[in-house]
Structures are given as C-alpha cells and as structure tokens.
Design a protein around this ligand. Structure first.
Ligand SMILES: [Zn+2]
Ligand SMILES: [Zn+2]
Length: 116
C-alpha cells in the first residue's frame, strides 16, 4: 500500500462567494481532517438516499441527482434528467457538504418522489 497523495486541501461551501459562508472541509490526502460547519445561511441541505435499484442518490430542492463519478474525495452528482432532458445541473460534495453546484435545471422538479 502506498498513498502518495499527501496534499492538503480546503474545500469551501458553495455559498462562499455569494454569502461569504465560512464553512469548510479540510482534507489531507484522502482523509477528512477538519469540518467547519459554520453556515451563515440555511444550508442547502441535500438528502442522501438510495434508489430502488440501490444506487446512491442525492435530493436537493426537490430535484434528484444520481451518483456520477468520484474523483478523490469529491463526488459528482448529476441531475436525474441529465440524459433525458440534457440538463446540465450537477452538484459536487465532499463529506456530505456541497462544495460546488450548478443547480439551474432546464425542467421542473419531478413530482413522483413524495415518498422520500
Ligand atoms: Zn455554507
Ligand atoms: Zn435537471
């Protein structure tokens, strides 16, 4: 076993620029070393769940995102309608905090997820 990536990185809340939110996640290599949960806004609380087929999904503002890829510590989720409607909305999370998102959907939220 050799872990060569020893890089320290600070991830900021996606509202850092617009709201000056101070929440951060600090990672060292592949390990989360510090979480600062100091949101100065109602957190855009994502709900993590599983689809009927067992795939991880994320629900945000009524929209459903499917697990797309994980690169390092960052997980990319893309809109459930990405293929269908060519929707470009996506979310990046690190340790359950949204660090980056593009939530401009080109469609209305699906109405069939009331069971969540
Ligand atoms: Zn925040
Ligand atoms: Zn969408």
């Amino acid at each position: 076993m050799k872990v060569q990536r020893d890089e320290k990185k600070i991830w900021r809340c996606s509202r850092y620029n617009t709201m000056k939110c101070r929440s951060t996640v600090t990672t060292h290599g592949e390990v989360v070393v510090l979480i600062k949960n100091e949101h100065n806004h109602p957190p855009p609380s994502p709900v993590f769940n599983r689809s009927l087929s067992g795939a991880p999904i994320l629900i945000l503002n009524g929209y459903r995102f499917g697990y797309h890829i994980k690169s390092g510590l960052k997980t990319r989720w893309r809109c459930g309608s990405a293929r269908h409607k060519k929707c470009k909305a996506h979310v990046y999370t690190v340790d359950d905090i949204i660090v980056k998102c593009q939530t401009e959907h080109n469609h209305d939220p699906p109405k069939t997820y009331s069971n969540f």
